[in-house]
Design a protein around this ligand. Sequence first.
Ligand code: F6R
Length: 263
Amino acid sequence: MRVRLTQSAEHAADLVAHEILTQLRAKPNLVLGLATGSTPIGVYTRLVDAYQSGAASFAKVHTFNLDEYLDLPASHHQSYRFFMQRHLFDAIDIPAAHIHFPPSEGQNLLRRCQQYETEIEDLGGLDIQLLGIGSNGHIGFNEPTSSLRSRTRIKTLTPKTRQDNARFYASDETQPTLAATMGIGTILGARTILLQAFGQKKAEAIRATVEGPVSSYCPASALQLHEDVTLFLDSEAASRLSMQDYYLQTQMHEEQLRREDRM
Ligand code: F6R
């Protein structure tokens, strides 16, 4: 697990967008796993800028979003589909047919969740999975106690997650209690995982993810089992890590070896 202590959320977004754009240049038909929420917005802004300045094209890219609330139509202002159209898809050249979301409406949800897995596999798997993290350690909507091998399925949201997201709903709106989400096993199948976390609210979840034991009680701790995962943290999110000096030193060594072209 690589821990990057960044100067700010803006700096983290620069680094993550740079990584995605570098991989996109090498592989124009990149398969991207995407997240919603406040955390990835800076990355999406930078991807849109890259497209609009002619530096990148998403015409061959396929995207798979992590999760979607059950029974919120794409037109609902709180649906993750709506969020993605607004922050990314409407502003880039990705074909509509290349955009994938886990099934969140209609019948046969479990079978269609399995199909979602098959669609990912048929495109050769996720090249990059972008992640945020919940204050309870969730990734996607894999809430505490989720199986570490879980695949795309329907999950009940915890009271903590609903409370964290309540700010987005008007008092007369019903907040969903269920969501379709990629599983932890699905996420671990991605070749590269980039997780961002900002603010004090994430500090305890980040401590448990990086320095705690692997436990389904902190779903993000399963990332310790992945061979290419990088966490991009601002100083507040990193504030409860006990080995910050070591992470900085590791980062310095890696940068030095890269400069010397030895990596
Ligand atoms: C969103 C998702 C969630 C969020 C997490 C953090 O697609 O999968 O796991 O990444 O709840 O949300 P923010 O970024 O709003 O703090």
